[in-house]
Write a protein that binds this ligand. Structure first.
Ligand code: HEM
Length: 582
């Protein structure tokens, strides 16, 4: 049984906190001065330092003191009944430590298990309240029904590198116009076919990868007069298998998906040096954005990080300008046509040329969104592939059924995969979804700011307009109210009871499973790349698993949820074994 959710009563923090902190500090100073008979300047300096320490400590623990000790206000963090929590220090120190070692998700899940799943809570940072909703019904009330905008203030550092008006932050109507511009390309055949061409050519050893096939990486680089990109992916993987080398599958897939995103944006494969440079840039950006987001006054506290983020953004603006110049030269020479668009660059350039376009001639916004699509679309998909393989290593029966489906539904290896083939793989789809449920690659979910008061369905708490709401994905996906036996890897949740591999879940359970699946979020700001991610992940998994048996090195428990913005399987290494060779 779920423990009752505490009411989320707003703490009016600043006025009361200032009065309390001042009173505590003044009382301490007076008490110490009267006991010690302080009179010299040095003694007063010591006293002032001590007073400052007391004030800082009081500020840190104030919400906790005010709520749990003095009982003045509502709950900040639910305390477990056995008192196993740190009662006074609040969680700031734990959160800071967990952020530093990328273990936030791991520790958060341990804490959720401890206090009981589905209990909403709130915290205060410098007097401003954030409510974290984890009750599945409440999460749906916010995301699906209220659908408030993202919290511009909290997320503003995504805009620091290039433009504050990037897709992720820009309000309507600009947001809707930018999404409409890209929707037909991203959610339809152009993206699916483009992704499949890369997978077929690079991983599938398909001599004919499909209409308008991409040249294999090395050939494309040579045609563009760039440094050769080295052997194809299929050759690399075969060499790894032959050598019996243990590899970090997530790292390998992250490199691959970066190449696929590059194809989708620019119709070209980056050279090996470009891939490394872009991956380093993206890594730097993500680190800086995450660090800046945690600071109260980033401009003052960390001007170096602000400058570094902007410098990396400028490098990307220059790269986008280079790609634009190259494409315009191709248009002029007649070696490429702007329509039908081959890639996202064609779409952006057509929009820039059009008066009143969605981007209104703003090149920085275009560069910012090119970068954001790249950043949002590469490692998330890679993590989903790696986590799926990790889950299959733990569930050989699921792997056997999946392989049986691949062998019966797909043409012989070496034949290009198409969208029609992928649509005939319901079990593979269910396996991928189940891995996304247990290991959501974007675990932090959405951060929204309420534009109107919201009454929570779970316990009737009223959350006032203006409150920041965080909607982390993991606790909903692991909640027993949303998913029976939530820790089990059970693809049958996603299949009709009569389908092969289906059964065991009522229609109501299956409706609930779909309703609480938050991995791509919902509504107008939901992930626009979900179609691409599904095609890419399933095509890669099908191709990879038919060719290789992937064996985990070490134990399942050694693989940990490692997160900064995304959630990767740290410590997951595999050896590859050619199936026909076996
Ligand atoms: C398994 C892979 C993926 C997962 C789990 C994922 C997850 C998400 C989530 C949860 C959001 C919403 C975040 C929020 O509300 O704050 C989002 C937004 C976004 N995603 Fe994805 N994503 C994936 C793949 C992709 C791909 C392949 C692309 C690129 C084509 C992409 C591009 C974007 C963009 C541009 C946004 C911002 C949309 C907007 O603000 O309108 N994602 N993604």
């Amino acid at each position: 049984m779920k423990p009752p959710a505490p009411q989320l009563v707003p703490l009016r923090p600043l006025p009361t906190a200032i009065v309390a902190v001042t009173a505590i500090t003044a009382a301490t100073v007076t008490a110490v001065a009267s006991v010690t008979g302080t009179s010299t300047p040095a003694a007063w300096a010591v006293l002032a330092a001590a007073a400052a320490t007391v004030a800082a400590a009081a500020t840190l623990v104030w919400p906790r003191v005010a709520t749990d000790v003095l009982g003045l206000h509502g709950t900040v963090f639910p305390a477990p009944a056995d008192g196993g929590d740190l009662p006074l220090l609040g969680r700031l120190l734990q959160v800071l430590a967990a952020t530093a070692d990328h273990a936030l998700a791991q520790r958060f899940m341990a804490w959720q298990r401890h206090v009981g799943f589905g209990i909403n809570f709130q915290f205060y940072v410098f007097g401003s309240r954030t409510v974290v909703l984890v009750d599945p019904a409440d999460v749906r009330a916010v995301v699906v029904r209220a659908d408030p905008p993202r919290d511009q203030q909290m997320l503003r550092h995504f805009g620091t590198p290039i433009s504050a008006d990037l897709l992720f932050l820009i309000p309507d109507p600009h947001h809707a116009a930018a999404r409409r511009l890209m929707h037909p390309f991203l959610s339809g055949a152009p993206t699916a076919d483009g992704v499949l061409r890369v997978v077929n050519a690079e991983l599938g050893r398909c001599a004919d990868a499909g209409a308008g096939a991409v040249a294999p990486v090395a050939a494309a680089a040579a045609a563009a007069g760039e440094a050769a990109a080295g052997p194809s992916w299929a050759d690399r993987l075969d060499a790894l298998a032959a050598a019996g080398t243990a590899v970090d599958l997530d790292e390998l897939m992250t490199e691959f998906t970066l190449g696929v995103m590059h194809q989708l944006l620019f119709s070209s494969s980056p050279s090996a040096e470009e891939t490394t440079a872009t991956a380093t840039r993206l890594h730097r950006l993500i680190t800086h954005i995450t660090a800046l987001s945690g600071l109260p006054l980033p401009n003052v506290v960390s001007p170096t990080k602000m400058a570094a983020a902007r410098a990396t953004g400028d490098e990307f603006v220059a790269y986008a300008a280079k790609m634009e110049a190259r494409r315009r030269a191709e248009y002029a020479a007649g070696t490429a046509a702007p329509t039908p668009p081959r890639d996202m660059l064609d779409i952006f350039l057509a929009d820039l040329d059009q008066p009143g376009g969605a981007y209104e001639g703003d090149r920085r916004r275009v560069a910012a969104d090119l970068l954001f699509y790249l950043m949002a679309g590469y490692d998330t998909t890679a993590h989903s592939i790696a986590w799926t393989v990790h889950a299959l290593c733990d569930n050989p029966d699921v792997e056997a059924r999946l392989l049986a489906e691949l062998e019966s539904a797909l043409p012989p290896p070496g034949t290009p995969l198409t969208s029609t083939h992928l649509a005939a793989l319901p079990y593979t789809d269910a396996v991928w979804k189940e891995s996304l449920r247990l290991f959501p690659p974007a675990p932090l979910g959405s951060i929204r700011r309420l534009t109107a008061d919201l009454r929570l369905p779970s316990d009737g708490s009223l959350i006032p307009a203006g409150t920041t709401i965080q909607l982390p994905v993991l606790p909903v996906h692991r909640s027993p109210t949303a998913y029976p036996s939530p820790d089990a890897f059970d693809p049958s949740r996603w299949l009709p009871p009569t389908a092969p591999g289906g059964g065991g879940h009522s229609a109501a359970d299956q409706r609930a499973a779909r309703a609480h699946f938050m991995v791509f979020s919902w509504g107008p700001r939901a992930c626009p790349g979900q179609n691409m991610a599904a095609v890419e992940a399933k095509a890669v998994l099908a191709t990879l698993l038919r060719r290789f048996r992937l064996e985990r090195v070490g134990k399942s428990a050694d693989v940990v949820l490692d997160n900064s913005l995304t959630l990767r399987p740290a410590g997951f290494r595999v050896t590859l074994h050619r199936r026909e060779a076996a």
